[in-house]
Design a protein around this ligand. Sequence first.
Ligand code: AMP
Ligand code: MG
Length: 477
Amino acid sequence: MSNSINFENSYAKELNEICEKCMPAGFLKPEFLIKNYRLAEELGIDNNFIDSKECLSIFSGMSLPKSSIPIAQAYSGHQFGHFNLQLGDGRAILLGEVQNMDIQLKGIGQTPFSRRGDGKSALGPVLREYVVSEFMHSINIPTTRALFALKTNETIFRETEQPGGVLTRVAKSHIRIGTFEYARSKNIETLKSLTDYSINRHYPELNQTDNKYLSFFAAVCDKQACLISKWMSVGFIHGVMNTDNMTISGETIDYGPCAFMDKYDPKTVFSSIDHNGRYAYLNQPAILVWNLTKLAETLIPLIDENKEKSVKQLSEVLQLVMPSYQEYFYKEFCEKLGLNNIDDKNIKIIDKYLKILHSESIDFTLSFRNLAKIVNKSMKVEDSVFRESKIFEKWYKTWKKEINVENIFQEMNLKNPCCIPRNHLIEDALKHAVNGDMAEINLMTKLLQEPFIEKDNYEKYMMPSTSDERYVTYCGT
Ligand code: AMP
Ligand code: MG
């Protein structure tokens, strides 16, 4: 371990056509609010360094280590279906890579891609991203991570005045489908460089395959299908699945208007701007295919000299995405319900279970924990979220025949979190944090690090809101 930090700059050096060098402007009076010592350790960053003045100075953009070549990445994107050529990091600067992981400052001020924006982030969304992304990691869902959250002690102007914040985001990379859309708009050489770079960084084994570009496309499809199935398995709604918010590495990125569903309703939408429910819970798999189609379109020139052949080969891969997603989805739910294998009988059991949750407006997360307790006889059906539902009893009998009752309680509890960042709780904690009281956010962060363990005195953190008011989220700008 070194007591400073040393950056590699492979993206800045190898892909300089699609990024711009830019210095962070920096904040004069920054203050760390949360430090992720565990993640720092994984990255080989020394704890003494984390607590040093130098560290605060670097991660607030006030000073730059010699090894860093700071850049803003260019990208395009289909936002709500409409193409926008010039997006890019408008409020984020990549300092470089540590152990092959990107270290990015989000909310650090203007870049060449800021357009009319100030390049800054409000503190609330910074803390929200910290809590939710670290929770996703703790339930084994691939995601960008959060190393630090700091407040800038500067006011920024949104609809109201708000305190500003900076998140240090750690990711396998920040390459998005939108990065490919941008590179394609430049020229084929740039597109090729980006694809080669992505293969070398994320899928080096594909260099040995016959058509590495087609294999790359198939690998991204597979990673993303698996990712979305995991989101679905915990009731996660990303909220803004634009092509600039989908990574090539298969990590969840950009925790803007995302939220977790309470009552199971496939039509659930939280985002204030998603009027038509494009990114509703149930639509996420279809949008996955839509976004991957956009990636396929950018790759056409790399697959075969003959355009028709290229399109045919890419289409064949695309057609496998939905079946592969379905397989992942049922695998997740088989595990959640302690079912051994994906066969027609178990698929029917899963479908029926979700139908019951829907028709009875049952809390998605609690249902799995209650079910484990019912079968373990530590909870009566009438005290559970299923109450006296007749259809539940019939379902329960069928399900019980398919499971191994002996181990089911432990098995289900290892797969189904009891604690999730419930919308009402996180909103409340953020309100306090923005006013200077971090106690609730710190407690939630801690509880959510061990989301499978029920803790006495913390029942409140497992329960849904008692209010029927519809929860609405806003983009993190
Ligand atoms: P997002 O909604 O976070 O996915 O951002 C969409 C686009 O808007 C990206 O190109 C961002 O860099 C840009 N953007 C978001 N907020 C700001 C801001 N405060 N200043 C400049 N650009 C921004
Ligand atoms: Mg984004």
